[in-house]
Design a protein around this ligand. Structure first.
Ligand SMILES: Cc1cc2nc3c(=O)[nH]c(=O)nc-3n(C[C@H](O)[C@H](O)[C@H](O)COP(=O)(O)OP(=O)(O)OC[C@H]3O[C@@H](n4cnc5c(N)ncnc54)[C@H](O)[C@@H]3O)c2cc1C
Length: 483
């Protein structure tokens, strides 16, 4: 029986473990921390439960595909709930808008809160994004790239031109909807990738479509249920997962992966090694020196997090809420151009106890706050955290005496998770770090692969699941099928 070692039990590592175990490999997963899931973490304190990273489950297809490839049904492991309205938006001018994947509700909301004249533009935008999404995912996303030539087949070039994939997202959304609030609403999703909507390519409108078209889902019990479900399947297939086992080095002999050396000094040999550590960190710290270790990747921004135990209901907030800066363009400029903690930052809040009441004591709220801030190359978000918290308190209308506790997480903690420069969302999604230009799942060493957010196809839970598909295909010698 062939053996595979997976370094890291993030989403990509666990999905790869499940796929290889199902294919008959003896699989060992070594996770450096005391919990699985990586960025899909969980915090419990004083009767409250918080997801610490992702809160939005979108694009269910890769998750469904994983379970069906493993001859299982998602619904036997996870109870997925559609969150509708997806989120409540607080614009800087005082407008409060509920965004929904339900077209009838959305049409009504746009007509009432913005203008009936904007409705045709919204409908056309959704239609065009839907067409692009369904063309792009099988052609550019779920795609093995062996060379740049794999980016320029006649069909791909045709799609590129037909959908104008390389146009600017911000400018083009502004041609569908004139109102600045709607323009923000239909383009800010690139910030989930740590990318400014003003710098993003039109192709990243697929994120808008995932959210506004397919909707936002939530696994009852919390986001960490997703990696736990995948880990359960992997273990049912025979994979073994070891916690608190940091890998210090990936061993390479004659240009081929030979195993790993744990931080304890123990050496374990394997036929295949799959690294679920952030790609720049893997190349710099785990693998023998190559030119990839010197590649100066551009990183995404990071996230300043507050997990607040709050002892009074916040009836004006939904499960998900977005607070836009009073000057969104200035916010983007300060964050992405000046690399500063914005003076009036936009932020996102989540109250999972809206859907899972046991996540907070009765009458209390488990308030999760995510503020996009620079990674460790920019202004120190740890120092700015008290000021940012004041903004959150003021904008969200919190009462100081109702704050039972605040747990804070900064880019320094994201760095401790292995994320280079503390970039919470991994390497950036600019043109030269997307598709074929993004680090491949293959490394320069035979039988040694990368999986996860900083490799192809990119960041986000669905993308890391596709990344695991690409790795499994490479290891097992099976090539891409159509989506
Ligand atoms: C604040 C935040 C919010 C987000 N929100 C969303 C969202 O709403 N929806 C969404 O789809 N995505 C979201 N994302 C992105 C999503 O979390 C990631 O894309 C995804 O979880 C990354 O998975 P991964 O496979 O790259 O592994 P990671 O999560 O990066 O896990 C890697 C694992 O490797 C381990 N490790 C590192 N070094 C070693 C070593 N030397 N030895 C052993 N183990 C090691 C780490 O401890 C970790 O467990 C968010 C991310 C953040 C940070």
């Amino acid at each position: 029986m062939k053996t595979a070692i997976i370094v890291g039990a993030g989403m990509g590592g666990l999905a790869t473990a499940a796929r290889l175990a199902k294919a008959g490999y003896e699989v060992f997963v070594f996770e450096g921390r005391n919990q699985i899931g990586g960025r899909i973490g969980e915090l419990r304190r004083d009767g409250y439960r918080f997801d610490t990273g992702p809160t939005l489950l979108m694009m269910l297809e890769p998750l469904e595909r994983l379970f069906s490839d493993l001859h299982r049904r998602v619904e036997d492991y996870l109870e997925l709930v559609l969150i509708d309205p997806s989120y409540r938006v607080y614009f800087g001018d005082g407008t409060v808008f509920d965004s929904s994947p339900n077209i009838a509700r959305m049409v009504r909301e746009i007509a009432r809160k913005i203008s009936p004249l904007e409705v045709p533009g919204y409908l056309k935008l959704m239609a065009d994004l839907s067409a692009m999404y369904h063309a792009v995912v099988p052609t550019f996303v779920r795609k093995q790239y062996d060379s740049l030539a794999d980016l320029f087949s006649p069909y791909q070039v045709d799609l590129l031109l037909r959908h104008r994939l390389l146009a600017n997202l911000w400018k083009r959304v502004g041609r569908y909807v004139r109102d600045p609030r709607l323009r923000m609403l239909f383009s800010f999703q690139t910030m989930y990738l740590g990318l400014s909507p003003k710098e993003a390519l039109w192709v990243y409108g697929v994120l808008t479509y995932m959210e506004s078209g397919e909707g936002v889902w939530y696994p009852r019990g919390g986001m960490h249920k997703v990696p736990h479900a995948v880990a359960q399947v992997a273990q049912e297939e025979g994979a073994r997962i070891y916690l608190n086992q940091r890998v210090a080095e990936v061993l390479v002999e004659n240009g081929q992966a030979a195993g790993v050396r744990l931080a304890s000094g123990e050496v374990l040999r394997a036929d295949v090694v799959v690294i679920n550590v952030d790609a720049p960190t893997a190349y710099r710290e785990l693998l023998p020196p190559t030119r990839y270790a010197r590649r100066n990747f551009k990183n995404s921004c990071s996230a300043l997090m507050f997990y607040i135990g709050y002892t009074e209901p916040l009836p004006h907030q939904l499960h998900h809420n977005v607070y836009f800066s009073r000057d969104f363009e200035q916010n983007l400029y300060e964050l992405f151009v000046q690399n500063r903690v914005p003076s009036d930052p936009s932020f996102y809040t989540c109250l999972s106890n809206r859907t899972d009441p046991q996540d907070a004591p009765a009458g209390c709220e488990n308030l999760y706050v995510l503020v996009p801030v620079p990674n460790l190359t920019g202004e120190d978000a740890r120092a700015a955290a008290p000021r940012v918290l004041e903004t959150v308190i003021a904008r969200a209308g919190l009462k100081r005496e109702r704050i039972q506790f605040v747990e804070t997480l900064t880019p320094h903690e994201w760095q401790a998770l292995g994320l280079w420069q503390g970039a919470a969302f991994g390497i950036a999604h600019n043109f030269f770090q997307s598709t074929a230009f993004r680090p491949s799942v293959r490394t320069p060493f035979r039988n040694c692969y990368l999986v996860g957010a900083s490799t192809q196809p990119g960041n986000g839970i669905p993308m890391t699941l596709i990344s695991a598909e690409l790795v499994a295909e490479r290891v097992l010698g099976r090539r891409s099928r159509k989506a």
